[in-house]
Design a protein around this ligand. Sequence first.
Ligand SMILES: [Fe+2]
Ligand SMILES: [Fe+2]
Length: 475
Amino acid sequence: MSSIDYTDKIPNNVDLSQDKALQRALEHWQPNYLQWWRDLGPEGSQSFDVYLRTAVSVDPQGWAQFGYVKMPEYRWGIFLNPREEGRQVNFGEHKGEAAWQDVPGEHRANLRRIIVTQGDTEPASVEQQRHLGLTAPSQYDLRNLFQVNVEEGRHLWAMVYLLHKHFGRDGREEADAMLQRHSGDADHPRILGAFNEKTPDWLSFYMFTYFTDRDGKFQLCALAESGFDPLARTTKFMLTEEAHHMFVGESGVSRVIARTCEVMNQLRTDDPAKVRAAGVIDLGTIQRYLNFHFSVTIDLFGADESSNAAIFYNAGLKGRFEETKRDDDHRLQGRTYKVLAVQDGQLVEREVSMLNALNEVLRDDFIKDSIAGVNRWNKVIEKAGLPFRLVAPHKAFNRKIGTLAGVRVSPDGRVVSEAEWAAHERQWLPGAEDRAFVASLMGRVVEPGKFANWIAPPVMGINRQPVDFEYVRFN
Ligand SMILES: [Fe+2]
Ligand SMILES: [Fe+2]
């Protein structure tokens, strides 16, 4: 069951060849996907041989095989975790019923919406990152970027498979629309805000993979609890890929910090102008990037109070993070949760129905997980003997969605006037000048084992290869 059939045009472990109509439909979608990859996938890199991992089985051991692949020839396919005998719906009003192998009619529209919203983010990030290969700080980093990109492409395949298999004609139309909306497109944008932002430079890329791919992790974890078993099984396998994306982000930011600290110590300065003059990114700029990506990403969890979130949970479609590890009734009727509101110019907590606050519950879990990594970054600064510390901003800072949208809140959580915001925005969020400076550092480094001046080499290579391994062969 878990081994993957690579003799099919579409690699899969779902016995695709047994369902001719489905196979034909997906084979019809496949060339459109490849055309999209050529048009909007990584720019100028179609002929490179890239040292990539490809899934060979969904078993925890040895699911990946490494080798040189030209990206358009990557074996994108459909991989589900094995079916768990006797699995049940573990939360909501259907708790205790057998998990669904087919879409329950009453929940069809909501499930489709959940799958489309998740699916749309996958190609969006590939589009957002498509220019980055032109300014990669090393071969190692270039390879990691491409690995993330091909896996996001596969995540799209995962969602498209569910749409094709379980949603008939509507599903096929939704699958086509995934290739028609584009990140930042004025007429046909991607569904969620953060996925229409640009990822213009590598610091943004690392922040994106740290924060926004982590949003992916939490969304996928919530879907991995779904009573709709095919969705649970496919998201479980996606999660094993997601871990590497977050690693790229965390280690990337960490290496930027390490290099900056090294230069600060060499020059014995904390003057951002001098740090910048030495060609590395000052810690203040890193903090502003962090503030931006953190705040934009937590908006992805949606409004703090949401009747949809309650419906999705009650219906058994989308659970909480680690639902089955939680020690409660998994129905949550009558339970409450605290969300933020503004009262008399101050942030206050309000108790609301937990079912309506499940977006906030997931956001808070995300924040906890994110802050753990920020603390690990601070260890790098601490080890360098410098007093600066990075801080995750308050969750009310720079919000565009929910009760806090439009309220001006400082990174330390004070409601501020429009005038105070305007006076400090430049210290709190990356400005045009920060972005221009970071952009000025971006240059292509192609020689194996060489790294751009603004980033430290990684501690080790990929798949136990040396750091100076030839991760990409430019043809
Ligand atoms: Fe993804
Ligand atoms: Fe990802």
